[in-house]
Structure formats: C-alpha cells, structure tokens
Design a protein around this ligand. Structure first.
Ligand code: SF4
Length: 460
C-alpha cells in the first residue's frame, strides 16, 4: 500500500456538525443516508454559511431537484462558496439563466429511443435508463429533463419494453444501465433487471454508470457487491469531478468493487470554477488510479438547461489533455469528449500530435515538443491479413459505417443531407445530365457504387 491508500483504508470523513451525534450504525446505513437527505433552506443554513445567490437558488420554485446525502454534505466547506463539492450540489440563482443553444434534451436521447428509456445510438450498444432517481443531484445534470422527477420514472411495463427490444436486437452486445442512478433502485428490482439481461445470449457485457459510491458509499455493501458479481462480465463507471470527493469511504467502496472483479472507470465533467485546471485534473486522475479506478471520459459540459455557468471553452479541455498526456501515466489520461449537441454521440477531441505527412514519412511531436519522423515501411501489405480477417467474427451492424467505409474503399463519398437537392438547382434534364452512368465510380474488383435516386438525399 502507499501512504495515501493506507490513510484511506484506515480513515474516515469528519461529519458536518449537525450529524455529529448520529450513531455510527445509522450513519453507515445507506437507507438512513437516503432518508435524511437535505434540501431545506433552514437546514442547509444551519451548517453552511450560504451566500445571497445560493439562498436565491435554493428558494427558486422551478429549480432542478435539490437533495444531498448527509455524507456528501459533510464534504462541503461551510465557509467557502467556491468549495468544489458545494458548487456541484448547492443551487445558485444563475442556473436559471437561459443561454444560447441551451436545450432540454441536448443529446436528443428521447428522440433516439426506440422504446422509453432505451437509447440506441451506436451500432452495438445501448443506454438503458432505469430510474430518474439519484442519491444527490448534480446541478449540471445532462438529464435534468427527467432526473429527480419521481413521476417521470420508468414503469414495470417500460422495463419489459426495454428488455423485449434487447431480446430481438442481436446487434447489441453491450448494455449500459444508467438513469438517474441504477444503484438507488430497490435491490430486488436491480437484480431482476441484471438477471434478465444476463439471460440474453448476445449481450456480452453489462455496464453500470453510478455516482452512488461518491454520494453514498455506504450503499456499497457486501450484499450489493456479491449480487453484482453474479452477473459478470460487469463493469462500473463512477463519477468523480474533484479530488476533494476522494475520501476513505469512497476508497473502501471502490476496493470492495474491484476485489469482486468489477473493473472501475471514472467519468468526470469539465466544470468552470471546479476542475478546469490541469493541476486539479492531474491530482484527480493520479488519485483515481491509486484507487484502481481508470479515468475514462472527461466530458465537455452539455448545452443543457441549468448548466450554462458551468461551461468552459473546448480549448480548455484540449489544454488539460495537453497537460496530462505524456506528463503522467497513460492509464491516468481520460479521453476528452464533446457529446454532440443534436445527438451525434461522443466525439473525442485532443491536441494535435501529427505535424505532417509525406509518402513514407510521418512527422509527429511529443508532449515535450520533441519532433520526430516515423519512417513507414515500403513493403507493407494491408491484404496479408485478409485470410485471418475472413475468419474473424462479424456482427451485423446495419448503417453507421461513417468515415470507416471510405477508408475501406466501400464508398467514395458521404453527402450531407440536402446535398443532392441543393446541387441540382432545379435543373432541367438536358444532354449533359441525362446519362447517370457517368457518376458511377469504376471498381476493378467489385460492384460500382450506384448513383443514388434523384430523390435520395441521404448520405450514400
Ligand atoms: S448522478 Fe448523474 S444522473 Fe444523477 S444528477 Fe448527477 S449527473 Fe444527473
């Protein structure tokens, strides 16, 4: 063990003064933590010196749900409004301010759901929303359109619709349970969903996205971990944004999970005034890997209502990755992504390391500014792998081949929507445009790409 992990293994987080006398047995019971969450101005004021703006935010009638577990509330610095824990869970009046491009469902998840709560955006994996409830509520929540609203949560019949869709969709090999927070579900219901998913033979891995270990590590009991381990291969992503959230209790919860063979990742959101600093991010990721949690994604904050004041520029995210990649272990460097507004999915963004190319040479730079040239082989045969490739398992993944289909030589172009119509310019049929065959690319060993129908304006 390192000095730090030993301290985590043996330590405990001091409680806020209002819970100083709660017996350990209650404090360490996740049901007690859930039923004693704070959301009331007077209670919050009894242990935090709130600012005028926080008081206005807490008092606003139409705000996103406010609830904080006593454990997480105890991490708040009562005298510092800039405390990174405090800013994540205490509302401010400014979260009600509208901003350009703000949307209720900026990732168009509800549009890309074949049945309620099941987002099928990528070819081989789905996002399964199983609850709208969380242990505490993050002010920048991407799903604030439904999260926190108990009347919007998913019904038994909607779970059955989700499971039915998965049973009849063999291309799905990976299911991510999220919400809300799946680990707030009643234990029996959570196990029912996991056991039904495990019965579907084409589902290879189950993933859970949860902030419960961070908000309420008491929930990570031996019984929960034993139950989860019955449904391997099962992966879990936690959500830590700042090193202050890494506590002895979180360490012990993660230790239990990893000992049960559950690989852990971390997703964090880049938040202005909270973690938009290379130095803070470096401390965060280095502490995460000491807990055996792999930093997985660093998200650009979404264009979602309530999150305007948390947003940074994208260049800040690139700067942070520049300050991590090469400067610390590769295991500690997350992928920085912009989740595409409008529903395009995660787009990785990174500093540029490729400087130039010529036939035979690739010029690259490293994190220090060292510039090197990689000499490419002149006798590389990309077809030598073909016999082995033929034997590799292939899954049906209709559509969505993207730029990869251009690299494979299956298509010669991808056209944006409306391309044909715009370029046709209401043309009359004439002697130069009558012969459609002139736009069919020649293919030596295969079928030529057909000319799309005049009316087909979609990507080819
Ligand atoms: S834990 Fe996740 S789903 Fe829940 S409020 Fe926070 S960001 Fe939203």
């Amino acid at each position: 063990m390192t000095k730090l992990t030993r301290a985590w293994a043996e330590g405990s987080t001091p409680r806020a003064k209002i819970w100083a006398d709660v017996p350990d047995e209650q404090w360490n019971d996740w049901r007690w933590q859930l039923s004693h969450r704070v959301n009331d101005l007077a209670v919050l004021q009894s242990f935090i010196n709130l600012t005028e703006e926080e008081i206005a935010g807490i008092s606003a009638p139409n705000k996103f749900r406010l609830d904080i577990t006593p454990y997480f509330a105890s991490l708040i610095d009562p005298d510092d409004p800039r405390c990174p824990v405090r800013q994540q869970v205490i509302p401010k009046a400014r979260e009600l301010a509208a901003f350009d491009s703000m949307m209720a469902d900026s990732l168009a998840e509800d549009r890309d759901s074949p049945v309620p709560g099941l987002v099928h955006r990528y070819p081989d994996r789905v996002l399964m929303l199983v609850t709208t409830q969380c242990a505490s509520y993050c002010r920048y929540c991407t799903r604030s359109r439904i999260v926190g609203d108990s009347t919007a949560t998913f019904s038994r019949s909607e779970y059955e619709l989700q499971l039915d869709y998965l049973r009849r969709t063999p291309q799905v090999r990976d299911v991510l349970l999220s919400g809300g927070d799946p680990l707030t579900l009643a234990p029996r219901l959570l196990e029912y969903l996991l056991s039904e998913l495990r019965k579907i033979e084409h589902i290879e891995i189950i993933r859970i996205g949860s902030r419960v270990p961070v908000f309420m590590p008491q929930r990570v009991t031996d019984e929960l971990v034993d139950m989860l381990a019955k449904y391997h291969p099962l992966w879990l992503n936690i959500h830590v944004n700042h090193p202050k959230e890494i506590t002895p209790e979180l360490y012990r919860a993660c230790d239990k999970l990893t000992r049960a063979g559950i690989p852990l990742g971390n997703q964090s959101v880049l938040l202005a005034g909270i973690n938009d600093s290379v130095h803070i991010q470096r401390e965060l990721v280095q502490k995460l890997v000491q807990m055996r949690v792999r930093p997985y994604y660093l998200y650009q904050c979404d264009l979602v209502a309530g999150a305007g004041h948390f947003r940074t520029t994208v260049s800040k995210g690139i700067e942070i990755i520049e300050g991590l990649r090469g400067h610390t272990s590769g295991y500690a460097v997350p992928t920085y992504v912009v989740d595409a507004p409008g529903g395009g999915g995660k787009i990785p963004v990174s500093p540029q390391y490729l400087i130039s190319q010529s036939p035979g040479h690739v010029v690259l730079r490293n994190y220090e500014g060292f510039i090197t040239s990689y000499t490419e082989p002149t006798d590389y045969d990309p077809n030598a792998i073909k016999p082995l490739e033929e034997k590799a398992a292939k899954r049906p993944e209709p559509g969505q081949a993207g730029v990869f289909q251009l690299l494979e030589g299956k298509e010669l172009f991808i056209k944006p929507q409306g391309f044909e119509t715009i370029h046709r310019r209401n043309a009359i049929e004439h002697r130069l445009n009558r012969d459609k065959k002139k736009w069919i690319p020649y293919k030596k060993n295969g079928t030529a790409t057909p000319v799309p129908a005049e009316s087909a304006d979609s990507a080819s």
